[in-house]
Design a binder for this molecule. Structure first.
Ligand code: HEC
Length: 176
C-alpha cells in the first residue's frame, strides 16, 4: 500500500510538471476600433475606467496577464472563464452585435452589477481593486440605463426587443 501511494504521488508530480509545458494561448488580440463599445455608444472616462479595471480582463480581447496564469492548471481555469465571459459579452466587439443583443446586454450589465454577480468573486479575490463600490455600481447601472435610452431614441422599439420573445427571454434568464 505504501508503495502504491508513493507511486501515485510520483505520477501526480510528473503529470503536474508535464502540464506546465502546455499553456493556454492567452487573451491578447488585435482590437478593431470600429467594433468596440466606444464606437457604438458614448462611454465616459469614469465608466471606461471601471470597465477596464473590473470587467475587461474577461469581457474584452485583451486581458492583463498575471504571473499565476503561467501555473497550470490555474491558467486553464482562468482561460476558461475568459472564453466564457467573452462569449457572453465582449466589449471589444460590442458594435458588431445586433441592436437587440446590444440592448439586452446593457440591461444585463446593470442587473449583474447591482446583484453583485459581476465581477466574479473568484476574480475580486485576486484583484481587490476590481471590487465595485456602491458608487461605482450605481455609475455603471446608471450608464447602462442611459445607453438603453440612447438606443431607444435612435431606433424603433421593435428593433431592440422582439415583442413576442420578451416573456420567453425573461423565463430563460430565471433558469440561468
Ligand atoms: C473573471 C472573469 C470575469 C470578470 C472580471 C467579469 N465577468 Fe462578467 N462574465 C464572466 C463569465 C464567465 C460570464 C458567463 C457566465 C455567467 O453568466 O456567470 C459572464 C457574464 C457576464 C454578462 C452576461 C450575462 C448574460 O447572461 O447575458 C454580463 C452582462 C457581465 N458578465 C458583465 C460584467 C461586468 C459589467 C463586469 C465588470 C463589472 C464583469 N462582467 C466582470 C466572467 C467575468
Amino acid at each position: 500500500m505504501k508503495k502504491f501511494i508513493k507511486r501515485f504521488f510520483v505520477i501526480l508530480l510528473i503529470a503536474l510538471v508535464a502540464i506546465q509545458f502546455v499553456r493556454p494561448e492567452g487573451n491578447q488580440h488585435e482590437v478593431v476600433a470600429a467594433n468596440t463599445l466606444n464606437a457604438a455608444l458614448p462611454v465616459s472616462t469614469e465608466v471606461n475606467d471601471v470597465l477596464k479595471a473590473a470587467c475587461n480582463d474577461c469581457h474584452s480581447n485583451n486581458s492583463v496577464p498575471m504571473w499565476y496564469m503561467k501555473i497550470q492548471p490555474v491558467g486553464f481555469w482562468i482561460d476558461h472563464h475568459i472564453e466564457e465571459g467573452k462569449g457572453e459579452l465582449n466589449f471589444d466587439e460590442f458594435a458588431t452585435y445586433s441592436l437587440r443583443r446590444q440592448y439586452h446586454k446593457l440591461e444585463e450589465v446593470a442587473e449583474m452589477v447591482n446583484e453583485g454577480e459581476m465581477p466574479l468573486a473568484s476574480y475580486t479575490w485576486m484583484h481587490r481593486e476590481a471590487k465595485l463600490t456602491d458608487v461605482q455600481k450605481k455609475m455603471l447601472s446608471d450608464w447602462s440605463a442611459a445607453m438603453m435610452d440612447t438606443l431607444e431614441a435612435r431606433w424603433p422599439m421593435d428593433s431592440l426587443v422582439k415583442p413576442q420573445q420578451q416573456s420567453e427571454q425573461h423565463e430563460s434568464e430565471e433558469h440561468h
